[in-house]
Design a protein around this ligand. Structure first.
Ligand SMILES: C[S@@+](CC[C@H](N)C(=O)[O-])C[C@H]1O[C@@H](n2cnc3c(N)ncnc32)[C@H](O)[C@@H]1O
Length: 282
């Protein structure tokens, strides 16, 4: 039911984009997107309801409840959120050392999901980890030529909506409110790094010893490339690299593929089923 609803809404948006004048489309898109954002968390939770009655279903139900709570603050789809939840839980359960990083935080939903696992003593025990959150809080920068691939399509990827400069913005105060007032995560375990990745990541990486989960969600080629080049070497063996836009943004995919090729890596890339990918570091 949940995926059927999502598919229908996407179809309506794509049809409308082709047939309506830009201004009318933008108004309709805003309305539909807000309807979608309001309905989706409930549809998702209902679809997961029966899992709590299944043998060993408590884990899945608990994941669904955590995801339900962060969905209103996240642009990441359910599949990407599930992958992220499972990756953080997995490194905790296997005692893979290292911090958790998200680059591209926006309103903080996915970051809050990572925190909800990492700072839950029942799941993560006593391992001391920090959560590092990087964002410009100015939305996306302009895509560059590397984000376009005329062989694949006319735009920058398979987006439901256009993504001009400034798209997907969040506000640092709002993220802090979500982390500390709504959720009471430990203040001394969360580091906020505000600014463009290209400036902040090369400097801040000196403070980061090891990474257990590196989550990259910056959409474009240059942003993804910068994150990989500066932080990949800090990821512990057995840790995860999650790239939210691998299948949906041409430039993001190009940055990942180039990186893998330049380093002669042979990762087993898995897909989240909605546009993202992830792999475990050997
Ligand atoms: C798709 S949103 C992230 C969604 C978020 N993970 C969530 O849970 O909703 C992408 C974010 O990356 C940030 N961003 C993209 N490129 C960046 C860059 N080069 N430097 C800093 N922030 C960047 C934007 O400000 C935007 O908030």
């Amino acid at each position: 039911m949940f995926f059927a609803l999502k598919k229908q809404l996407k179809r309506i948006v794509r049809m409308a984009e082709k047939r309506l004048p830009e201004k009318t489309f933008n108004v309709l898109y805003r309305e539909l997107f807000s309807l979608y954002k309001n309905m989706v968390p409930y549809a998702y939770l209902c679809s997961k309801g029966p899992t709590k009655f299944l043998k060993n279903g408590q884990d899945r139900w608990s994941m669904a409840k955590n995801i339900f709570h962060v969905m209103p603050y996240s642009l990441v789809g359910v599949c990407g959120l599930e992958v992220t939840y499972k990756a953080v839980k997995d490194v905790c359960e296997r005692n893979i050392p290292g911090d958790l990083i998200e680059l591209g935080v926006a309103r903080g939903g996915c970051a809050a999901l990572m925190a909800s696992v990492a700072f839950n003593k029942e799941i993560c025990g006593k391992m001391d980890r920090k959560l590092w959150l990087f964002d410009s809080y100015e939305g996306l920068p302009e895509p560059t030529a590397m984000d376009f691939n005329p062989e694949l399509g006319s735009g920058t990827g398979e987006h439901v909506r256009p993504l001009p400069k400034g798209s997907c913005p969040g506000q640092l105060d709002e993220v802090k409110h979500l982390m500390f007032s709504k959720n009471h995560f430990p203040r001394d375990k969360i580091e906020f790094v505000k600014g463009w990745f290209e400036k902040t990541v090369p400097v801040t990486k000196k403070e980061i010893q090891q990474i257990a989960v590196l989550r990259i969600d910056g959409d474009w080629y240059e942003s993804t490339k910068c994150c990989l080049e500066n932080l990949y070497d800090k990821v512990t063996s057995g840790g995860y690299i999650i790239v939210d836009d691998y299948q949906s943004c041409y430039g993001c995919r190009r940055a990942v593929d180039e990186f893998i090729q330049n380093r002669s890596l042979v990762p087993v890339i898995k897909f989240d089923g909605r546009g993202g990918c992830y792999f475990e570091k050997a």
